[in-house]
Structures are given as structure tokens and as C-alpha cells.
Design a protein around this ligand. Structure first.
Ligand SMILES: O=C(O)CCC(=O)C(=O)O
Ligand SMILES: [Fe+2]
Length: 315
């Protein structure tokens, strides 16, 4: 069983109205059946993908002490470094083997529980990390916005709704390194089974480094997702499942590094403006905002103070 691969160029550069309609239908069907799909023709230049992988290599090769000084647990905006073993999901016997580095929107002032604020950058020459990573971030954010507009159209909403939803959109990006599976403990996952909790996830897998598996509810089986060159994996998070009334699924997934050496990947989580309500169904009587839904999930995972939770109106 394979995930569908959808060519987005029919939406981004249509030669006829049918091209767009076809992509919208393909994305809708895949999101309904799997909650996941792969895409080509996405518009993120391969050179930026390669530069990202090179930059991630530079970051993760820094000495452990230097990485730990950038710990995201000490950062008011949850930017920076997460070491292997820091992430343990309820029900999992062992913590994830992965290590990560987080960036997000770059704002000069810390606001709203650190959803807005400045990034933390490693002490590397800008051309070896910051510049290429930021260029990549901007392109992948653009792709996230495109996917949202396709999802909106798939449920009969005007794509223009995405403009308001994208105002100061919350878009964290997580760069991930999985150690070789042979160096992990028996029964330890790269990342244990979970659903993503927000909007759209845009995942880049280092070419040839397989490891991602997606749970298919109906068939009760794990679908392996190959790490193909210049192909992205897209999935819907819990907020989308909820807001679409279950028409788009948020599927469980996990990573077991199947490659010989380490495996790099990068996930961009495109959530939307913190004060926005449900754009997939503007008649939704439930007026929960992006910020409120994110805080609900975040507060279990990170230490957030009562004051900071109150700031996003999710006491
Ligand atoms: O690295 C991957 O392939 C998946 C990462 C993931 O699921 C996540 O970060 O939420
Ligand atoms: Fe995930």
C-alpha cells in the first residue's frame, strides 16, 4: 500500500481550470482516506533542500555542550535545541531517539506565550546555517499556505479565506536528526507514534532515508512512506480533523530509521494566525482559535505558566 503522489503544478501553474480542480480533488480524497499524501511540483527549489540538509549537518555536528546551551526548554519562545531523550510520550516505554532544532516566525518582541518572538541561532557563520535555513523556511511556509488554500477549496470555501488566516501565521519548523537505529535501545523509536496537533505539516525527508510509517485505520496497517528525491510528505493535524468535522483525517505516524546511517528530516507546521477561528467551516458555532487549540496540546508537553496561557485566552 502506498500514499498517493500528487503533482501540485496543476494548482500552482494551471493550464486550464480542470488542472486546479483535479489537484483539489486529489488532495481532498487523500486527506480523507489517509490524512497524508506526497507531492511533487511544489515549488521549493532542490538547491534550497540540499542547503538545508548541509546546514543541519553543521548544526548537529556541534559539540554536545554547545547544543545544550541552546536548549529549547530554557527559551521563552521554545526555539532552539532538543536533545535525544527529552521527548517521552504518554504510553511509550522509552523516549524518542531523535534530536531536534526549532525555529519559527522571527519577531523582535516576545508576545502571546512566546508564539511570537525572536529565533535562537547557533554560533555558526551565517552562510553555514542561518541564511540557508531561513531561505528554506520562507519557501516551505509558502507551500504550507498553498496547501491550506487547496484544503479550503476542497470543502467549498473560497481560497481567498487563506489570506486572513495567514496573517501573522504561527509556523514552527523542526529540524530533526535520527541516529542510526543500531545505536538505539531495543524497542526505542526515532519518534514514537503520534498525531500532529495543529494544521498542515510539510515534511522533507532526506532522500533515500526511509523510516516514516503512517497508520491506516481501515486496513489496520502501517504504510511505509519512501523518502523520494524532491518529493514532500504532507499531512493534516488534529486541528484540521476537528475543524473539518472529520472529513480530513489526522493520522498516527512514527519513525523507525531504516537507513544505514543517520537520517535527517525537517517538519514545517503551518498552523495559521493565532486569533483565527475555523476557516474550513466559517459557520462553526465553536469559536475556538488557533492559539487556544495549540495551547491545549502544548501545555501537556511544555511547561507553560498560567499567565502565559491566559494571554492566548485559553485559561
Ligand atoms: O521525521 C519524520 O519523518 C516525521 C517527523 C514527525 O512526524 C514530526 O516531527 O511530527
Ligand atoms: Fe509528526
Amino acid at each position: 500500500m502506498n500514499l498517493p503522489i500528487i503533482d501540485l503544478s496543476g494548482y500552482l501553474n494551471p493550464e486550464s481550470p480542470e488542472d486546479r480542480e483535479r489537484v483539489i480533488a486529489q488532495v481532498r480524497d487523500a486527506s480523507r482516506q489517509y490524512g497524508f499524501f506526497q507531492v511533487r511540483g511544489h515549488g521549493v527549489p532542490p538547491s534550497l533542500q540540499h542547503d538545508l540538509i548541509r546546514s543541519m549537518g553543521n548544526l548537529f555536528s556541534l559539540p554536545k555542550e554547545e547544543k545544550l546551551q541552546m536548549s529549547f526548554l530554557k527559551n521563552p519562545c521554545r526555539r532552539g535545541y532538543e536533545a535525544a531523550g527529552m521527548s517521552l510520550r504518554e504510553g511509550d516505554p522509552l523516549p524518542d531517539a531523535k534530536e531536534c532544532f526549532y525555529i519559527a516566525r522571527d519577531d523582535p518582541i516576545i508576545e502571546l506565550s512566546g508564539f511570537y518572538g525572536p529565533n535562537l541561532w547557533p554560533n555558526l557563520p551565517t552562510e553555514d546555517f542561518r541564511d540557508p535555513v531561513w531561505k528554506y523556511y520562507e519557501q516551505t511556509s509558502e507551500l504550507g499556505k498553498t496547501i491550506w488554500s487547496i484544503l479550503l477549496e476542497g470543502l467549498g470555501q473560497p481560497p481567498s479565506l487563506v489570506e486572513k488566516f495567514a496573517h501573522r501565521a504561527i509556523v514552527p519548523m523542526k529540524m530533526i536528526r535520527y541516529p542510526p537505529q543500531s545505536t538505539t535501545l531495543p524497542g526505542q523509536f526515532g519518534i514514537g507514534a503520534h498525531t500532529d496537533f495543529g494544521g498542515v505539516t510539510i515534511l522533507f525527508q532526506q532522500t533515500g532515508k526511509d523510516g516514516l510509517e503512517v497508520w491506516h485505520e481501515g486496513k489496520e496497517t502501517w504504510i511505509e512512506v519512501p523518502a523520494l528525491e524532491d518529493v514532500y510528505v504532507i499531512n493534516c493535524g488534529d486541528m484540521i480533523q476537528r475543524w473539518s468535522g472529520g472529513r480530513y483525517k489526522s493520522a498516527r505516524h512514527r519513525v523507525i530509521n531504516k537507513s544505514q546511517g543517520e537520517r535527517l528530516s525537517c517538519a514545517t507546521f503551518w498552523h495559521g494566525d493565532i486569533n483565527s477561528t475555523n476557516p474550513l467551516n466559517p459557520d462553526d458555532l465553536n469559536s475556538e482559535t488557533v492559539g487556544q487549540l495549540l495551547v491545549k496540546r502544548f501545555r501537556n508537553q511544555y511547561s507553560m505558566t498560567k499567565e502565559s496561557i491566559a494571554q492566548v485566552g485559553a485559561a
